[in-house]
Design a protein around this ligand. Structure first.
Ligand code: C5P
Length: 311
């Protein structure tokens, strides 16, 4: 068998259908309960032979992506090499479709894709369990980007259990002009809560029941994001975006993770198209995209099965 010359992997963005944030621990991380769903907005990473780890980035959403060792994809490649005793030699190229610092875990998707791509390029033979441990070390959202679908995350959000759900959800995303830093939004959560008792985060039974029934109309009112008020405090114009989405007929609007992307739930693909057209005309955001979820996690590219989205 000839050695692989290059490997392409897609990894999806995520939405948090629930993001309940507890108190920060001594390590600075917050105890969370997160219900993640992957959606059909992807980055594609190509890994090819190289010397050391190098990175180039292009695509619809390049933003301010660092190309040094602070990039999560580079960290993932180095961590995989260290764990498997391989030389960290690879050129990574990221084609970005997921907004940078948008609250959709685009950097974590790149890290998960880099793990899968380098694993194939270097033929490490690593099992999924070991790969999950490396993923958690790289970032709290990376393990979920590897598995995809719908899952409940506890601890830092990295301890996953799969969730049983029915059907697809259709969303309209509103992208903002500038990103928000996740640690800064967590700090704002803490600042807004100063002096109040923070309850332990708990999984929402209302949400899980709605997801098991597969009814968007019941999922809408059950969406939870404890980071939303902090994102709104740091980026007040998001209130206008959320209002415009609801005026466009969406079932519910919510800030995605730490923001600033807003996600609007629709009843169907057709309904999402209506919402997208109206929201776009409202002129409150940089651009809109229609997506659906759940989709698979990071995986080798198979053109026939590649998730599609329309911007
Ligand atoms: O794990 P990750 O590197 O993605 O986290 C980025 C930052 O987000 C952390 O340094 C921390 O400030 C914050 N964070 C948190 N609680 C979590 C996850 C992340 O405070 N559960």
């Amino acid at each position: 068998m000839s050695p692989l010359t290059s490997v392409a992997v897609t990894a999806p963005a995520k939405l948090n259908l629930q993001l309940s944030v507890g108190a920060a621990g001594d390590d600075g991380y917050h105890d969370v309960v997160s219900v993640y769903q992957t959606v059909s907005l992807v980055d594609e990473i190509t890994a090819s032979p190289g010397q050391g780890v190098s990175l180039t980035v292009d695509g619809a959403e390049t933003g301010d992506v660092p190309v040094d060792e602070s990039n999560l994809a580079v960290r993932a490649a180095v961590a995989l090499a260290e764990a498997t005793g391989r030389a960290a030699d690879v050129h990574l190229h990221i084609d970005k479709g997921i907004p940078v610092a948008g609250g959709m875990a685009g950097g974590s998707a790149d890290a998960a894709a880099a793990l899968v791509a380098c694993d194939a390029l270097w033929s490490t033979g690593l099992g999924r369990h070991d790969m999950q441990a490396i993923a958690a070390h790289v970032g709290s959202d990376v393990p979920f980007a590897l598995v995809g679908g719908v899952a409940v995350g506890t601890g830092r959000g990295d301890r996953l259990s799969p969730a049983l759900v029915r059907g697809d959800l259709h969303w309209v995303l509103a992208f903002d002009d500038d990103g928000l830093s996740t640690p800064v939004v967590y700090e704002e959560v803490d600042r807004l809560r100063e002096g109040t008792a923070v309850p332990e985060p708990r999984l929402s039974e209302k949400l899980m029941t709605a997801l098991r029934a597969g009814e968007a109309e019941s999922v809408g009112p059950a969406l939870v994001n404890d980071m939303q008020s902090a994102a709104l405090s740091l980026r007040p114009r998001l209130a206008r975006t959320l209002a415009a989405g609801e005026e466009s007929g969406a079932l519910t609007g919510i800030v995605s993770g730490s923001g600033p992307t807003c996600a609007f739930l629709a009843r169907s693909a057709e309904h999402a198209l209506d919402v997208a057209v109206q929201l776009s005309a409202a002129g409150v955001c940089r651009s809109v995209a229609r997506v659906h979820g759940p989709v698979a996690g990071a995986r080798l590219v198979d053109d026939a099965a590649r998730p599609r989205y329309v911007r």
